[in-house]
Design a binder for this molecule. Structure first.
Ligand SMILES: Cc1cc2nc3c(=O)[nH]c(=O)nc-3n(C[C@H](O)[C@H](O)[C@H](O)COP(=O)(O)OP(=O)(O)OC[C@H]3O[C@@H](n4cnc5c(N)ncnc54)[C@H](O)[C@@H]3O)c2cc1C
Length: 389
């Protein structure tokens, strides 16, 4: 059995694991990532809305603060990543329009507006006519909407590719393999063993395995993070040049209780999402899922049926019991968590990288991450962070 050593080993090369590895390496830590396909994961499916304000839900005000903090960091983060790698991230500061199609949706949106105002967030109520003036492709029946100029978008596939490149440039080592189990010696995590029997040793290990984070063998049962998969189906369409600009910003609505959104990319791609299904690790694209998305999107923007449908895909959101991420030390010395980002993982990428790298380098979890320690789900899950040697 061969063995390789680093200061930090990150299990999982989705956007969360990659940004953690990149930021840790920038701080001078010898860092490795273990993942058979770094840059894959949920980012290959996600819409990439950076929607701190329109994703606000009752009872999630603590998460709002972290979402806003990450949104605030996005311009600098995107600029730094592009400068380092030369990658265009498709970061588009286009704003969002959340609209209502009937009286129930309108009441729901009015409530959301009131909550946003109480939370000090910038959003403006528009009449149906004002919505259509902004976005002429909207259905004539739109009853009103919320204009949120601060909710932007990024292309998550490009983001993931850029993070792989940033890691490579910063000296992160990739082990393109499956971590079969976490290895523990005495009372501390020491690394992982991969599927081919290689032992990867590290001073600190970060579990960032997305929706699989709660299933890694070797993690003591009471310490497994309570993360489950929530399936989302997404469609991609192409806007031919003769229809451009089809939409100038993200348009979203709640239709019959389900969320639907249309995210227009600068390159002509239009992303339509997403279902939310509790079906374990199933990623089948179903006729029902595609039908519902097209039906609801068509109600919002009837012209959508003219566009070529280029891709259908399903992915898994890593979801925790309170929909917020688990960040920082676990109850096992040497093991930190960066998982459970659910529907905001792309938005939370910058702040996650910053806080995890800080914790890895200094032994301290920054203030903004403290409400998100794993310990909130039980004393056993936190907290064994030490000063690094
Ligand atoms: C349909 C859909 C729409 C979304 N829309 C948005 C959006 O608009 N805005 C937003 O902010 N977020 C959105 N998200 C959420 C976002 O995509 C996720 O929160 C984020 O991508 C999670 O990243 P992650 O790195 O934690 O996990 P993942 O992307 O799941 O990556 C985990 C990685 O770990 C690897 N791995 C797992 N187990 C092991 C192991 N044992 N050994 C080695 N490697 C392992 C996997 O191969 C994978 O590459 C959406 C998600 C979905 C599914």
């Amino acid at each position: 059995m061969s063995s390789r050593t680093s200061d930090v080993l990150v299990i999982g090369g989705g956007v969360i694991g990659l940004v953690t590895a990149w930021r840790a390496a920038q701080r001078g830590l010898a860092t490795a990532v273990v993942d058979p396909e770094p840059g894959g994961g949920a980012a290959q499916v996600a819409a990439g809305m950076l929607a701190a304000v329109t994703e606000l839900h009752y009872g999630e005000e603590t998460l709002l603060a972290l979402n806003l903090e990450s949104a605030r960091r996005y311009p600098g983060f995107a600029a730094e990543l592009t400068e380092l790698t030369g990658h265009d991230l498709g970061y588009r500061r286009c704003g969002t329009l959340a609209v209502a199609l009937d009286a129930d949706d309108r009441a729901h949106l009015r409530d959301l507006h009131a909550l946003q105002q109480r939370s000090g967030l910038a959003s403006e109520w528009l009449s149906g006519r004002e919505c259509r003036r902004l976005e002429p492709m909207l259905a004539p029946g739109v009853r009103g909407g919320l204009r949120v100029d601060g909710d932007h978008q990024i292309d998550p596939r490009r983001l993931a590719a850029a993070l792989v490149a940033a890691c490579e440039r910063t000296g992160v080592v990739f082990h393109r393999a499956w971590a079969e189990r976490l290895d523990v010696a005495g009372d501390r995590a020491t690394g992982v063993t991969t599927a081919d029997g290689t032992a990867l040793r590290a001073g600190q290990v970060v579990l960032a395995a997305g929706s699989l984070s709660g299933r890694l063998a070797g993690v003591p049962g009471e310490l497994l993070p309570p993360v489950r998969p929530v399936k989302g189906q997404v469609l991609r369409l192409a806007v031919p040049p003769r229809y451009a600009p089809f939409l100038s910003r993200t348009v979203r609505a709640v239709v019959r209780g389900g969320q639907v959104y249309l995210v227009p990319r600068e390159n002509g791609e239009l992303v339509v999402g997403a279902t939310s299904e509790e079906l374990g690790w199933d990623t089948t694209v179903t006729a029902g899922g595609v039908y519902e998305l097209l039906r609801d999107a068509h109600e919002l923007v009837p012209g959508i049926t003219e566009l070529p449908l280029t891709e259908t895909r399903a992915g898994l959101r890593p979801c925790s019991p309170d929909n917020a991420p688990l960040l920082g030390p676990s109850g096992l010395a040497g093991l930190l968590l960066a998982t459970g980002h659910h529907r905001n993982g792309v938005l939370l990428t910058p702040v996650t990288g910053d806080v995890l790298a800080h914790a890895l380098a200094t032994g301290e979890l920054p203030q903004e991450a403290r409400p998100f320690t794993p310990r909130r789900f039980g004393a056993a899950l936190g907290e064994k962070l030490e000063q690094p040697a």
